[in-house]
Design a protein around this ligand. Sequence first.
Ligand SMILES: [Zn+2]
Length: 143
Amino acid sequence: MTCDFCNPQVITSQKVYEDDLIIAIYPQKPTIFHHLILFPKKHYQLISEISPEESVRMNQVIEKIHLSFKVKNNCIGYNLTSNNGGLKIGQTVPHCHSHLFLRFDDEVISPFKVMNDPSLKIVLTTDEWESRKKIISTVINKK
Ligand SMILES: [Zn+2]
C-alpha cells in the first residue's frame, strides 16, 4: 500500500507535531504561510472512521496549535477543511486528514483566494520552506 501519511520517510521531514495518536505536518506546497495538515497515525480513509479518542485528541491538538499562535502571533482564528471521498472530491491522499489554516489580522492573502486562483500560490525554495517549517514547529512545541 502506498500512503504518504503512513510513510515515515515522507512524514519525518515535514513533521511539526507528534503525540501518540496524532501527527501534524507542514505541507511541501503550503497554500498560505500558516497551513498545517493533521491526521491520525493510524490509517483510515475517512474522518468518519476514526475512533472517538482520536477525534477528541485531534480537536485538542488543533486548539493547542491555535492557542500557541494566538498567544505568540495574534492569530485571530482558523479555518479547518477536510476532503473525504477520494480524488474526485479533492482527497489526494487516501489517509483521512484535515487542513488547518491559521488566520491573522495582518495576513497578506486568505487561503480561499489562493484555492480559487492557484496562480496566487507562492512557490517556496527549499530554504524558505525549511525556515517556515522551523518557525511553525518552534511556536507549537514551545513549553
Ligand atoms: Zn495511511
